[in-house]
Design a binder for this molecule. Structure first.
Ligand code: ADP
Ligand code: MG
Length: 549
């Protein structure tokens, strides 16, 4: 501890603006650790296939039912800074890998819990941080050694990776395999392979969800689905051999500026003005027709008169398409986005076997299908209720992230707590070699990783201590794939039941958990500015939902 922080619960002497508050030294650490533990505790029960769901109710009464760590933490509106740091861990994990958010947060909470014990034994935070950092680095090295290779061609294994990710989303039940296959197909389709690297941009996998039907009706469209109808009923409902123009300008005549007003003094003049406008719109449409396009996606508006001419020309047109959808359409059909009809030429057009307006659950959507080797695709998720569709979307998102993580790093490990136990056992050996006080911190790190098998065991109604003892002894014998066999309430070989996870999900979870724990441990002074409305508070998380400590 530094400077003033050395005095326990000492009254601050520093003059701070009125209303601000300050907590220093061990008290600051205690509060931060307590908050972080509370946040981790709030999501811990959701871990794994037997994990529970949370029902979140927001200010206006909207309900979200989910098992997704990142979503839960996001909706909880945690305000305490230490709590927010754990929310950040979940967010980073979600962005980097798409999965493992609960794991990351739970490990971070556990690291801090064990750090507290070490602090109580008068071990200086600097030593703990050093030990944790050493343990984290070693864990990542070990993870690389223990992991098995995976390739974009290992379709079956990738499907299992996706299924493991979705295992915890109970709502989607039996449809996991169907969804997993769709996801792997989608990922393979958008993958751009060069000589020695594969890039997969998750943005090019569009997820479109429509309530109605059931999850089994979900499908992969090798093209793009736009949640919009054609702009005019006189247009064809379906266009085959579609030649697609993408336009990011409006098909409208610019409204005259206020300072350039026109004086219309006679009916003839008005008529002339209208004719003029019509003529300009007709010319715009003519340019589209000339380019050879029979489908138009316009990012901006399309004037009624232009709609009429487009319909007359047999062009299928959609207006006010989102920018992100325009990009996906370009990627899928090979079209170039033009910023003016004047620039539009034959070479800018994209291709799809068909563009069709279809009714899905009573709502019109536009399907652009049969593109040539499209590098953007759509997963259409169907489901009985909005809650199911929403949770399925989160599951699909996680699984896409997991599949991409597996392919990009090319490495997988076995889940069910197998990898965490393997790392813990090896880290304890490593700790012994290091010795000194750091040894205690490294051992604490090992124990923290075991929160994963421990929680999975608890969720299956098994005795957590017994299970850990059994797991450790298997791993000491070198059986690196033994984890918690949840359905049998026993331990078992995870490679036999295909509980496979991307190594990247684990390395990211371990690294960001360690970083967050270290950052929190480094703090020995919390200075809170006064809040504008209410009295300042530094203890405990605030926000809409209560939490147990
Ligand atoms: P996270 O947000 O961390 O991904 P999840 O709720 O998805 O949390 O749970 C993931 C954990 O569940 C992982 O440790 C994974 O190995 C484990 N898991 C998934 N399926 C199984 C299974 N069939 N048996 C045992 N463990 C499983
Ligand atoms: Mg998960």
């Amino acid at each position: 501890m530094t400077g003033v922080g050395g005095q326990l619960s000492g009254q601050p002497i520093v003059v701070l603006p009125e209303g601000s508050s300050r907590v220093i030294g061990r008290d600051a650490q205690r509060i931060n650790i307590m908050v972080a533990k509370a946040v981790a505790n709030a999501v811990r029960s959701t871990l794994g296939p037997k994990g529970m769901d949370k029902m979140l109710v927001d200010e206006i009464g909207d309900i979200t039912i989910t098992n997704d760590g990142a979503t839960i933490l996001d909706e909880m509106n945690i305000e305490h800074p230490a709590g927010k740091m754990l929310v950040e861990v979940a967010k980073t994990q979600d962005e980097e890998t798409g999965d493992g958010t609960t794991t990351a947060v739970v490990i971070a909470g556990e690291l801090l819990k064990h750090a507290e014990n070490l602090l109580d034994q008068e071990i200086h935070p600097t030593i703990i941080i050093k030990g944790y950092t050493m343990a984290q680095e070693k864990a990542i090295d070990l993870l690389n050694e223990i992991s098995d290779p995976i390739d974009i061609k290992d379709e079956k294994k990738l499907v299992k990776v996706c299924m493991t990710t979705m295992a915890s989303k109970g709502t989607i039940g039996k449809s996991k395999e169907k969804l997993a296959k769709i996801i792997v197909d989608a990922v393979k389709q958008v993958a751009e392979e060069s000589k020695d690297s594969i890039t997969i941009n998750q943005d090019y996998i569009k997820i479109e969800k429509k309530q109605g039907g059931n999850l089994e009706d979900s499908e992969l469209i090798k093209g793009i689905v736009i949640d919009k109808e054609r702009v005019h009923s006189g247009m064809p409902r379906k266009v085959e051999n579609a030649k697609i123009a993408l336009l990011d300008a409006a098909l409208e005549v610019k409204k005259t500026e206020t300072d350039a007003e026109i004086n219309i003094t006679s009916p003839e003049q008005l008529q002339l003005f209208i004719e003029q406008e019509e003529k300009m719109l007709k010319e715009m449409v003519d340019k589209i027709v000339e380019s050879g396009a029979n489908v138009l996606f316009c990012q901006k508006g399309i004037d009624d008169i232009a709609q009429h001419y487009l319909a007359k020309a047999g062009i299928f047109a959609v207006r006010r398409v989102k920018k992100s959808d325009m990009d996906k359409l370009a990627k899928a059909t090979g079209a170039k986005i033009s910023s003016s009809v004047n620039d539009l030429s034959k070479d800018d057009l994209g291709y799809a076997k068909s563009v069709e307006e279809k009714k899905i659950a009573g709502e019109a959507m536009t399907f652009v299908e049969g593109c040539n080797d499209p590098k953007a695709v759509t997963i259409l998720i169907r489901g009985g209720t909005q809650h199911v569709v929403d949770e399925a979307e989160r599951a699909v998102n996680d699984a896409i992230g997991a599949a991409i993580s597996a392919i990009e790093m090319g490495k997988i490990v076995y889940g069910g707590g197998a990898i965490e136990t393997a790392l813990a056992v090896k880290l304890r050996d490593y700790a012994k070699k290091i010795g000194g006080r750091e040894q205690l911190a490294i051992e604490a790190f090992a124990e923290s990783l075991e929160i994963i098998p421990r929680t999975l065991a608890e969720s299956a109604g098994m005795d957590p201590i017994d299970t850990l003892v059994k797991l450790r002894s298997e791993h000491a014998k070198g059986n690196k794939n033994i984890g918690v066999f949840i359905d049998k309430a026993d331990i078992g070989d995870m490679s036999k039941i295909d509980v496979i996870e991307p190594a990247k999900v684990k390395s990211q979870a371990i690294s960001s958990a360690a970083e967050a724990a270290n950052m929190i441990l480094k703090i020995d002074d919390i200075i809170a500015a006064s809040k504008k409305s209410s009295a300042p508070e530094t203890g405990g998380p605030q926000g809409g939902m209560g939490m147990e400590y």
